[in-house]
Design a protein around this ligand. Structure first.
Ligand code: C2E
Ligand code: MG
Ligand code: MG
Ligand code: MG
Length: 284
């Protein structure tokens, strides 16, 4: 009897796994063509001055609208793009597109802002990355001060000396470097000291239970204080409630992003919401 159950269980799992593996293979195959078929697009989440509500930046976030499956989460297809190496060509497209869009947005805004682009560790295997970034800035005529690149702590562990060299090259171009999901990696503070970064992005997982969770309260205020004392800028991710907003503001965090302010939006909607024309138009 036990054997019987065991065999059924096995068949059940294997059928399920086959379906999962099949989906993964299909998606991986389709992802190779997604770029050429125009199925990828960027949306932008505003980064807000927590005191004034002014727009200080936008983060470019990739979306894949699969012709049969519909929208696929980046949490699913980015790892796939990383494993297959497709992230290198996709990442180059993201960079170009984000800089083009930022140049366009710039025509509608008076104040300077930054466009933040997520980079995968895999893109750091390419020693030509700095040259790519430079040529994209030239082609799009976007000043380097308008571009921010987001990296994760893990980058330094994977390929320390190459990564450090590349980060310095990128810095020399005049762009800003940010550490994304700060606090979730297993890197040490000694990496932070050596990396030529200017911005720490506090991970959403520390923000989500503010201000009730005492540990998160301690962690976020400590990161904010540490950033300030290291001369780094700090931003909180995933702000969803006005209590979180208030707590972060009181703790000295100047900038944040999250659903409380905006979901990631197509460029046209960013322009509509934040353009000088909209902000100065008489309220009817
Ligand atoms: P991330 O870089 O940490 O981006 C922030 C994620 O949090 C985004 O998810 C955003 O939609 C979500 N988010 C923002 N505010 C809130 C909030 O208030 N509440 C909640 N629950 N979520 C919020 P998304 O767009 O699904 O992207 C997931 C991850 O995929 C990103 O995390 C990033 O690591 C990766 N990713 C997205 N686009 C790209 C890309 O162009 N290149 C690379 N290499 N990775 C990307
Ligand atoms: Mg990010
Ligand atoms: Mg990221
Ligand atoms: Mg993040």
């Amino acid at each position: 009897r036990a054997k019987h159950v065991g065999r059924n269980t096995y068949q059940f799992y294997s059928a399920e796994m086959n379906a999962e593996a099949h989906r993964a293979l299909t998606l991986e195959h389709d992802l190779r063509q997604a770029l050429d078929r125009g199925e990828l697009k960027l949306v932008y989440q505003p980064q807000i001055d927590l005191k004034s509500g002014a727009l200080v930046g936008i983060e470019a976030l990739l979306r894949w609208n699969h012709p049969q499956e519909g929208p696929i989460s980046p949490a699913e297809f980015i790892p796939m793009a990383e494993e297959t190496g497709l992230i290198v060509s996709i990442g180059r497209w993201v960079l170009l597109q984000a800089c083009r869009h930022a140049a366009k947005l710039r025509q509608h805004l008076d104040a300077p802002f930054r466009v933040a682009v997520n980079l995968s560790a895999r893109q750091f295997d390419d020693l030509g990355l700095a040259a790519t970034v430079k040529s994209v800035l030239e082609e799009t005529e976007l000043p380097a001060s308008f571009l921010e690149l987001e990296i994760t702590e893990g980058l330094m562990i994977d390929n320390y000396s190459n990564s450090l060299m590349l980060l310095h090259k990128l810095r020399d171009l005049g762009i800003t470097l940010a550490i994304d999901d700060f606090g979730t990696g297993y890197s040490s503070l000694s990496y932070l000291k050596k990396m030529p970064v200017q911005v720490l992005k506090i991970d959403r997982s520390f923000v989500q239970d503010l201000p009730d969770d005492r540990d998160d309260l301690a962690i976020t205020s400590t990161i904010i204080l540490m950033a300030r004392q290291l001369g780094l800028q700090v931003l909180a991710e995933g702000i969803e409630t006005s209590e979180q907003h208030q707590f972060l503001l009181n703790s000295g965090c100047p900038v944040g992003q999250g659903f409380l302010f905006d979901r990631p939006l197509p460029l046209e909607e960013i322009i509509q919401r934040y353009s000088q024309e909209t902000l100065t138009a008489p309220q009817l």
